[in-house]
Design a protein around this ligand. Structure first.
Ligand SMILES: [Zn+2]
Length: 74
């Protein structure tokens, strides 16, 4: 009776450990899939003078609109 009980215990422990490993594997797989928005879409604007498309961060803004450079703004 004794050895049989020990055998069952170790088997259930093995299943538990495998289950925990499986859960960790699933957790890391899902975690790795999540952050895939590295390329944040850059907002493009059009220069009112020459019509060229440039990122908003590089554009010159004014009341009239957006321009590619200070020269085109005036
Ligand atoms: Zn321009």
């Amino acid at each position: 009776m004794g050895p049989l009980c020990e055998g069952e215990l170790s088997l259930s422990q093995l299943i538990l450990i495998l289950g925990i490993i499986g859960l960790f594997c699933l957790y890391f797989l899902f975690k790795r899939k999540e952050p895939k928005q590295e390329k944040a879409s850059v907002e493009m604007i059009k220069c009112l003078t020459c019509g060229v498309n440039i990122p908003k961060s590089e554009a010159v803004g004014s009341k009239e609109g957006w321009f590619c450079s200070e020269e085109h703004r005036s």
